[in-house]
Design a protein around this ligand. Structure first.
Ligand code: ADP
Ligand code: MG
Length: 409
């Protein structure tokens, strides 16, 4: 066996460990990059797995591949080597699970693809750790909630979360920082169950390369510096709908009473989403949205009906413009028809509406709002395909309608 390095928490990691024992059930560590968030949460899981023989724990993020490279290989396996030693555990590559000598299990997986999600959500756990939740949708996370159901004597089941901050419209900001429910915006009923803490790279200086903060973080563009060095919840760099601002969010009571016409957009996939809009002249109002995780198209359509989202005043009818890749699923959506999927032109059109003050979003549209400031391009100008589920549906709703020639005849 190689030399072992004892885990010596930083001052802030010590506080984080205390927070994990504070009585809260949902604990978020957020902050800049390389501040020791993942390390301390992984250590906490190792401690729990050792302490409670036969317990089961899940570490998941959006992509299984990222969970395996950044959490499993860079953090979990090295620290297991340091604590229980190589002979004290086995990593089963095929199932992506680590089994410890005492019968405890630590599963690693992704919530972003169906097969993976079904596999990891087929078990019950004592801890579920959502890694880098800025990339996870609210419904994906809450779908996993029911799996925190393993019973082990003396072990309190817990949810851990970590992330680099997203936009201040992100669901995690609303829940953990504003202490409001994500969907209704009401104050959290049991606020004491939710707690969070900020950890920044400065707090982890002793474990970072000498020049990491000064040469890498200090020289980032402003918004990235705010997120990755200072751990602030700000709009991302390269945000596609950058000109959207909070003055364009309207209360349900302040919406127009009548609309000239309605349209909706529908995206398929593991994150299945729907967005409804209404037009008054040239002005677009985003009126409602709904999203689910791992739901069949038929059940989703039933949900839309039950929620009244497919209703509109007499005779008016509402086309539901669907992801053209949806194939036969399009027929399962009432009013479903193929959407126009010109991504760049659609984005340009929506941006022009935003700039002219002809675009409003009802406060109830939590899906659209939570993604709108995180939908961005990478440095090469490519759209980042994360957190785009509602925004694709929004674009189908708006731009297909325009392309049908309904608007500019
Ligand atoms: N207590 C610790 N002892 C030794 N190294 C640590 C400790 N905490 C963090 N590190 C190291 O600091 C770096 C960043 O930690 P990490 O947990 O990945 O940060 P974050 O998840 O906040 O980005 C990693 O190289 C990690 O191994
Ligand atoms: Mg991390």
């Amino acid at each position: 066996m190689g030399t072992t390095v004892l885990f010596k928490p930083t001052v802030i990691q010590r506080k984080a460990l205390a927070l994990l024992k504070s009585g809260a059930k949902h604990i978020l560590l957020f902050g800049g990059s390389r501040s020791g968030k993942t390390t301390v949460l992984v250590m906490a899981i190792i401690f729990r797995a050792l302490r409670y023989a036969g317990s089961r724990h899940l570490i998941c993020r959006y992509r299984a591949k990222d969970a395996r490279s950044s959490v499993l290989r860079e953090t979990l396996l090295p620290w297991l080597d340091n604590t229980v030693g190589k002979s004290g555990y086995r990593y089963h590559v095929h199932e992506s699970v680590v089994t410890l000598f005492n019968g405890s299990e630590i599963w690693i997986g992704g919530l972003g693809d169906r097969e993976q999600a079904d596999k990891i959500l087929g078990h019950e756990y004592n801890t579920i750790y959502f890694n880098e939740i800025s990339q996870l949708s609210y419904v994906a996370v809450t779908t996993a909630y029911s799996r925190l159901a393993m019973r082990i004597q003396g072990c309190r089941n817990l949810f851990y979360y970590d992330c680099n901050p997203g936009s201040p419209l992100h669901w995690a900001y609303k829940i953990f920082v504003l202490k409001r429910t994500f969907l209704s915006g009401e104050p959290l009923e049991k606020a004491e169950l939710y707690t969070s803490m900020l950890l920044n790279p400065e707090d982890n200086r002793e474990n970072l390369p000498e020049d990491y903060i000064s040469d890498i973080l200090d020289v980032l563009p402003e918004k990235q510096k705010a997120r990755f060095r200072d751990g602030l919840w700000v709009k991302a760099e390269g945000v596609i709908y950058d000109r959207f601002d909070e003055s364009m969010i309207v209360k349900a009571a302040d919406l127009p009473e009548q609309f000239d016409r309605y349209a909706a957009g529908q995206d398929f996939g593991l994150n299945i989403t729907f967005v409804k809009i209404g037009w008054v002249g040239d002005v677009i109002y985003v009126l409602g949205d709904y999203g689910a995780f791992n739901m069949t198209t038929q059940s989703f359509n039933d949900e839309l009906s039950a929620r009244g989202l497919l209703d509109c005043p007499d005779e008016m009818g509402m086309p539901v413009y669907c992801d053209p890749a949806g194939g036969e699923r399009i027929q399962e959506i009432r009013g479903g028809t193929k959407a126009n999927n010109s991504v760049e032109s659609g984005i340009d059109f929506i941006n022009a509406k935003i700039e002219r003050g002809q675009f409003f979003v009802c406060e109830k549209c939590t899906g659209v709002l939570s993604e709108i400031w995180d939908y961005c391009r990478d440095e090469a100008g490519q759209i980042v395909k994360l957190n785009d589920h509602f925004l694709d549906a929004l674009r189908y709703a708006i731009f297909s309608d325009v392309q049908q020639g309904v608007v500019f005849q």
